[in-house]
Design a protein around this ligand. Structure first.
Ligand SMILES: N[C@@H](CCC(=O)N[C@@H](CS)C(=O)NCC(=O)O)C(=O)O
Length: 223
């Protein structure tokens, strides 16, 4: 296993994108091995690399890690983006899990039988359940927890940008969140990540969906 972090996933956002965001903001270099065929997936399965037969898989520090959240928490912990004590950590985790619940809806959107009604549901949940929480937390403070950048801030930026791509104008009732975004995108590593040609992946397209359906033998839209 080389010393460099290696990401095994599709050449698309999905569950790996938050890990890419986190590594990028930390300026940790990583290589990507893209899954493009079912044979590659079967090889990872036969190697015993996929504990639960699922990706993301991240090779880091001599380990092969699966499960997105523990991977994010490990990296955040290692690079001090996970709070100074257990109270801060649990708060960061609560915010992070809420954001991941919201982003999970986007991850499955391209596979939905009725994408329009799924997007409507995302919009109302974002407006009523999620964004008000973060607007309140950031009215005054610059960061969500402990006056310092944490994993939760990185996920919040990713999530709000994702929301705006599909639902332009959704942030207009949330001025503190908009200011937060403005501050975050000026961080040099983030600003570079947002430029064309970076390792940030584009919105899912038909080719991405087709590859995933082939690799996992999916034949029907998801509910
Ligand atoms: N709880 C897991 C879920 C991983 C997951 O569902 N990965 C999908 C690809 S994004 C997968 O490998 N699906 C194949 C399967 O479940 O058989 C995580 O968050 O990493």
């Amino acid at each position: 296993m080389s010393g460099k972090v290696i990401l095994h996933y599709f050449n698309g956002r999905g569950r790996m994108e938050s890990i890419r965001w986190l590594l990028t903001i930390l300026e940790v270099e990583f290589d990507e091995h893209y899954l493009t065929s079912r044979d590659q997936y079967l090889k990872l399965l036969n190697d015993g690399s996929l504990l639960f037969q699922q990706v993301p898989l991240v090779e880091i520090d001599g380990m092969k890690l699966v499960q997105t959240k523990p991977i994010l928490y490990y990296i955040a912990e290692k690079y001090n983006l996970h709070g100074k004590d257990i109270k801060e950590r649990v708060t960061i985790n609560m915010y992070s899990e809420g954001l991941m619940d919201l982003m999970e809806m986007f991850i499955t959107l391209p596979f939905a039988a009725d994408p329009k009604s799924k997007l409507d549901s995302i919009q109302s949940k974002a407006n009523e359940r999620y964004l008000p929480v973060f607007e309140k937390a950031l009215t005054g403070p610059l960061y969500l927890v402990g006056g310092k950048l944490s994993l939760a801030d990185v996920l919040l930026l990713e999530c709000t940008l994702m929301l705006e791509e599909k639902l332009p104008g959704i942030m207009k009732e949330f001025p503190s969140l908009k200011s937060f975004q403005g501050r975050m995108i000026n961080i040099p590593a983030i600003s570079r990540f947002l430029q064309p040609g970076s390792k940030r992946k584009p919105q899912p397209d038909e080719g991405y969906v087709k590859t995933i359906m082939e690799v996992f033998n999916i034949t029907r839209p998801l509910p």
